[in-house]
Design a protein around this ligand. Structure first.
Ligand code: IPE
Ligand code: IPE
Ligand code: MG
Length: 244
């Protein structure tokens, strides 16, 4: 698989909606959290795969604003799993020169989770090989609402005029401010929706859906998505002739 990838045509930023942990567990007669635990292996595979081929930005949707509405036991277990995984993976991130970032309302995370996250973010801040971005307590409508509030405050306080509000300023007001828009979005588990993920940033993103459940996702699944992406023509509203 890997050999079929064209190095000159790599997506700069790949975003993934990691879905299907619960169904994966249910199929095995296990608790949902068993699926989440198994999902960590898929995260590791994916990060490795992306690093190996030279992806610059990899964003993983790990916990949405809406996921707070799940049963308390599941939310608690997910928070605990996050703490454990970040702790376990920090050394690997350092070794592989990967910088960890987070988007979302991260202050709303359980304290231990927030501390662990900030610690690894700080330790890896100078790493340059790849940016690994975790979307935690993230939803696009939350993010856009925050941005609107910030811009309105700045207008009210005469820091900017309404004329200065443009697409660039809006992009700069989002939690993804220094991150390029995703070139490719992957969603696993056969669901065809974006579930409140990066609505502004996905404007011209190529979408890729696979029936594979997240705990089963492996390097070759990641490479298949990249190969599929490389066969597409991104026209950005122009004609095919204009692109060539
Ligand atoms: C994705 O798997 C992980 C999170 C949303 C945290 P799910 O837990 O949504 O699994 P399904 O969709 O119920 O199978
Ligand atoms: C999206 O998955 C959120 C994450 C993967 C973190 P969900 O399982 O929460 O999405 P819906 O509710 O099925 O759309
Ligand atoms: Mg789901």
């Amino acid at each position: 698989m890997k050999e079929k990838i064209i190095p000159e045509k790599l997506p700069e930023h790949v975003a993934i909606i990691m879905d299907g942990n619960g169904r994966w567990a249910k199929k095995r007669g296990a608790l949902r959290i068993f699926g989440h635990n198994q999902g960590v292996t898929a995260v590791r595979e994916c990060v490795e795969a992306a690093t190996e081929i030279g992806i610059k930005y990899l964003t993983l949707y790990a916990f949405s604003t809406e996921n707070w509405n799940r049963p308390k036991e599941e939310v608690d277990a997910l928070m605990e799993l996050l703490v454990k995984s970040i702790n376990n993976e920090t050394e690997t991130l350092i070794k592989n020169n990967i910088r960890l970032l987070a988007i979302g309302d991260i202050e709303s995370l359980h304290k231990k989770c927030y501390d662990e996250l900030m610690n690894t973010i700080n330790i890896t801040a100078k790493n340059t090989r790849m940016n690994l971005i975790l979307a935690l307590s993230y939803s696009s409508r939350w993010e856009i609402t925050q941005a609107v509030k910030k811009i309105a405050e700045n207008v009210k306080n005469n820091i900017i005029t309404t004329n200065e509000i443009d697409q660039k300023l809006i992009s700069k007001s989002l939690t993804t401010k220094d991150i390029p828009d995703p070139s490719l979005l992957i969603r696993t588990s056969g669901e065809y929706r974006v579930s409140n993920f990066l609505l502004w940033q996905l404007a011209y993103t190529e979408l890729y859906f696979t029936p594979v459940l997240w705990p089963d996702f492996r390097k070759n699944d990641f490479y298949s998505a990249i190969i599929n992406y490389q066969k597409r023509e991104r026209r950005f509203g122009m004609t095919s002739e204009q692109i060539q």
